[in-house]
Write a protein that binds this ligand. Structure first.
Ligand SMILES: [Zn+2]
Length: 498
């Protein structure tokens, strides 16, 4: 049923085809100037108009009533009608995904290509969809035909996976690269359809359909088709939610605002409220990550970056792009992706909560404390204590950050490490792998780290490394539990550290 709309409104002229302007223009010029190639290759994502343009091109070439200076088919003459009704013997469509054998290529294409077209003024057009699915021998057979193409035969090969098409075939074709359809063009098209269907669908729902379909017009039309088949003249948010998973942009906006303003309680309350209201947490999190990503891209690329949202959300998003520091954004995304990779959580929302907590507590730490900029060689000797250990734990993320200018890979390895123990001589850092130990256990690295730690502790301290036999357990415990605030927040919301 959802396909129905797609077929019903399949464009019948070049003018009606959505997007792909340069391709349309070239094909139309070729029709008028009669400079037709023997083989075309249409490359691009699904649902972007490859077969639609192939059929249209074939029809235009065969149309009986098209005047010489025109590129559009008449769509009324006998031939146009035959083709539109899929009854033409001269337009042969093959789905390579279902005919991959070499024999099929022989029967359907090679032999058939030798027979002249029924329309003796026109040409025979083979449209081979998903051409990358052909077997190696089928490609060889096809290649022979492409090398010596029979008169009045045109091949249009379409593929979503160009890397699977042999170079020998590609080099024989005129290649066109289809692009994803821009958001605005999809909305425009959907607006036309709802006008024809005489139904009212609010613009923000159309924008949502367009966003969900990610540049694939066919998917967008299918989704709209499902909404139309609800058989209502006026579509409300509630009706649309039967077809379209509901997004909670306003709620996402509130959550992001809480994070931006360092308000942990508001943020966690917001998550709790959503869960109580029974939202689909998976969709919410996917949308949240998409939203943050768009803020980040808008911040980097600027106004030329097309935001895929309805207008009111775009406004909020732009505001966030102005106020949310880029560093924080990328750190937040990293933390969320890291936390959300935890598959088994006793409480569904816990990974999201932990992510927010980690983001805000780290941020607070950065704001409250700065590593003293002093010369560590002047500091006194002192026996390390348990208080020192606690202090190092508390400032671990700052310490990692401080190592970055010295050596990026050092700071990357330290991300997966933790303070393991302290004795009378030195502080031991626990590592996950033996090869990390090999990389770090060097005087230069140890001196650098002990310099940073000494500046924090106010006295000299030595540093050593060790592979932590109980790595997984102690690392999770360290990352999840060293902040008192984390524990308190989790207590408040009835969670448990997984
Ligand atoms: Zn015609």
């Amino acid at each position: 049923m959802p396909e129905v709309i797609y077929r019903k409104y399949r464009p019948k002229t070049f003018k009606e085809v959505v997007g792909q302007k340069p391709i349309k223009l070239t094909l139309q010029n070729e029709i008028v100037s009669k400079q037709i190639a023997h083989a075309y290759l249409f490359v691009g994502p699904r649902g972007t108009g490859k077969t639609t343009l192939a059929r249209l091109f074939a029809r235009s070439l065969n149309c009986l009533d098209r005047s010489v200076d025109q590129s559009e088919p008449c769509n009324k003459c006998e031939i146009c009608q035959l083709i539109l009704n899929n009854r033409s013997m001269d337009i042969i469509e093959i789905d390579a995904a279902s005919h991959t054998g070499v024999d099929n290529v022989r029967e359907n294409i090679i032999a058939n290509a030798q027979i002249p077209p029924f329309n003796n003024k026109g040409c025979k057009v083979f449209v081979i969809d998903e051409v990358h699915m052909l077997s190696k021998s089928a490609f060889n057979a096809l290649l022979k035909t492409l090398e010596e193409p029979p008169k009045h035969v045109i091949f249009i090969l379409a593929t979503t996976e160009i890397h699977k098409v042999p170079e020998t075939i590609i080099s024989r074709c005129q290649r066109f690269d289809f692009k994803k359809i821009p958001q605005q063009d999809i909305i425009k098209r959907l607006t036309e359809i709802i006008e024809w269907e005489k139904i009212e669908v609010p613009e923000h729902i159309l924008a949502e359909i367009s966003r969900k379909s990610e540049g694939c017009l066919r998917d967008a039309e299918s989704l709209l088709g499902q909404i139309i088949s609800l058989d209502q003249t006026k579509i409300t948010d509630e009706l649309a939610s039967l077809v379209l998973p509901r997004s909670n942009w306003q709620e996402i906006n509130n959550l992001v605002e809480g994070l931006r303003l360092n308000n942990l309680a508001t943020t966690l309350n917001q998550i709790n409220k959503l869960v109580e209201e029974g939202i689909d947490l998976k969709i919410f999190i996917d949308d949240l990550i998409d939203y943050l990503r768009q803020i980040m891209l808008y911040q980097i690329i600027g106004p030329s970056f097309n935001l895929d949202f309805a207008d009111d959300i775009v406004e909020n998003l732009k505001e966030h792009a102005q106020e949310f520091p880029l560093d924080d954004l990328s750190r937040l995304l990293n933390i969320l992706l890291d936390k959300l990779s935890i598959k088994e959580s006793i409480i569904d929302q816990l990974p999201l909560e932990l992510g927010c907590v980690e983001f805000l507590t780290d941020k607070k730490l950065d704001q409250d404390y700065q590593i003293p900029k002093i010369d560590s060689s002047d500091l006194p000797e002192h026996q390390p204590s348990n208080d020192d250990f606690k202090k190092v734990q508390d400032h671990w993320s700052l310490i990692i950050k401080e190592t970055k200018p010295f050596n990026h890979s050092l700071s990357a390895i330290l991300q997966t490490s933790h303070p393991l123990s302290i004795d009378q001589q030195k502080l031991i850092i626990g590592l996950e792998y033996g090869f990390h130990l090999e990389q770090l256990d060097k005087p230069k690295v140890k001196n650098h780290l002990s310099g940073i730690l000494s500046r924090i502790l106010g006295h000299k301290i030595n540093v050593g490394f060790q592979v932590d036999e109980d790595y997984k357990k102690s690392h999770q415990k360290f990352k999840g539990g060293h902040e008192k605030e984390v524990e308190e927040a989790i207590d408040t919301f009835g969670g448990e550290i997984v």
